[in-house]
Design a protein around this ligand. Structure first.
Ligand code: PLP
Length: 396
């Protein structure tokens, strides 16, 4: 078969490399060349590639029972749901198959919340530079105009405000009515690894306003969840608590699954027939979720994400301060901010070709690092060393 992608719709332009094996923090090509993976399939393989316990769970469950549908009780789904809700401090969960689907469920709930209040046109507040997925509702909630162009998005159902600016959010209460919810990412991943200027306290400010206005406080933790920032969910760095919480990516460590959790005001919105998914929460997917939960809860992997993440940020800031480079983020969700004028167009290719390092660039000039949460110290040192060489050669 030809290596060209002629049978695949050109929605992506993949890098000219293919990996045939993964182990921990490393990806390997067919000739066994190792690449240090600081992207983990876009924040998915948080426990590293082919974690032995997850592989074992998949193998055992695949040989036992893969799928029955939600027309029957699924023991692993109940176990995974209880574990996840306890980790998140939420009441119940709907299992979907991706981040977009988890957010779609959240946004449908926001509309139901308005319907129950008798609203004619319920609206959801979302943020500038947000990313929530590619279904019609979630792409409308997404900020990037390129992702929305041509799709007749449902723009009048959303209000967009700057991320991190509580005064802008308060202003909306003066200007608009029939608002049902606010949806935001605790740290914006795709939009430039943006942290709020008040840090996680911003989430508390948003929740206070939501409580005052009787809006649903909805967090998209598709990227920030499952230990990525050093806590199970990023909002747990604060005293805030969402009504609706979506997650995916690290939830299955590579197995495609998403979850939308609810509590409080949002708890009873979905009833029999409100929503569904043929594949949501299969025995196989649920067992993987439970295994990921078990590892995150019973090992020091989240502590390691904090320790190594801080170490990486400090080492890079120190080594690159004379080059106008800064860092931001938490745990293993790190943005290395290069001067705005830096030409980053070939940075990802040079990292891969010259340094055997897999990275991503977001927001034009921010290197996004999403390494495994269990990165070892010697791997952190290799990551730092390779990045410093790459950045210095770019900026000098
Ligand atoms: C914050 C956030 N929400 C939603 C999504 C969409 O997830 P998926 O690609 O699994 O649909 C992403 C994916 O990058 C994301 O980062």
């Amino acid at each position: 078969m030809s290596a060209s992608h002629s049978y695949i719709m050109p929605t992506y332009s993949p890098q000219p490399i293919s990996f045939t094996r993964g182990e921990g923090s490393w990806l390997f090509t067919a000739d066994n060349t190792p690449y240090l993976d600081a992207l983990t399939g876009i924040a998915v393989c948080g426990l590293g590639h082919c974690h032995p316990e997850i592989t074992k769970a998949i193998q055992e469950q695949a040989a036992t029972l893969v799928h029955t549908s939600n027309l029957f009780e699924i023991e692993w789904q109940q176990k995974a749901a209880e574990a996840l809700c306890q980790a998140a401090g939420m009441d119940s969960v709907f299992f979907a198959n991706s981040g977009a689907e988890a957010n779609e469920a959240a946004l449908k709930m926001a509309r139901l919340y308005g319907y129950k209040k008798g609203f004619k046109k319920p609206k959801v507040i979302v943020m500038e530079k947000s990313f929530h997925g590619r279904t019609l509702l979630t792409v409308t909630a997404t900020a990037n105009p390129k992702a929305r162009e041509g799709f007749y998005t449902l723009d009048s159902d959303f209000i967009r405000v700057p991320f991190g600016d509580i005064e802008a959010l308060k202003q909306v209460t003066q200007d608009e009515d029939e608002i049902t919810a606010v949806l935001l990412e605790p740290i914006q991943g795709e939009g430039g690894l943006n942290t709020a200027k008040d840090g996680f306290e911003y989430l508390e400010q948003v929740q206070a306003l939501c409580d005052q206005q009787d809006w649903l406080f909805m967090l998209d933790e598709v990227q920030t969840g499952n230990g990525r920032t050093g806590k199970y969910f990023a909002y747990q760095h604060s005293n805030a608590k969402p009504d609706v919480l979506s997650t995916a990516k690290g939830l299955g460590n590579g197995f495609p699954i998403g979850a939308c959790m609810v509590r409080g005001r949002a708890r009873d919105l979905f009833q029999v027939g409100s929503h569904g998914s043929t594949y949501g929460g299969t025995p196989l997917g649920s067992r993987v979720v439970y295994t990921v939960y078990d590892i995150l809860s019973n090992t020091d992997v989240m502590q390691n994400a904090t320790t190594e993440g801080d170490y990486i940020q400090q080492s890079l800031s120190e080594a690159l301060k004379d080059f106008g480079v800064t860092t931001r983020g938490h745990g293993m969700m790190i943005g290395v901010v290069l001067p705005e004028s830096t030409d980053c167009s070939d940075l990802v290719d040079r990292a891969r070709e010259d340094e055997k390092l897999i990275i991503n660039v977001t927001g034009g000039h921010v290197i996004r690092l999403l390494p495994p949460l269990n990165l070892k110290r010697e791997e952190s040192d290799q990551l730092i060393e390779r990045l410093i060489r790459l950045i210095k050669s770019t900026l000098s």
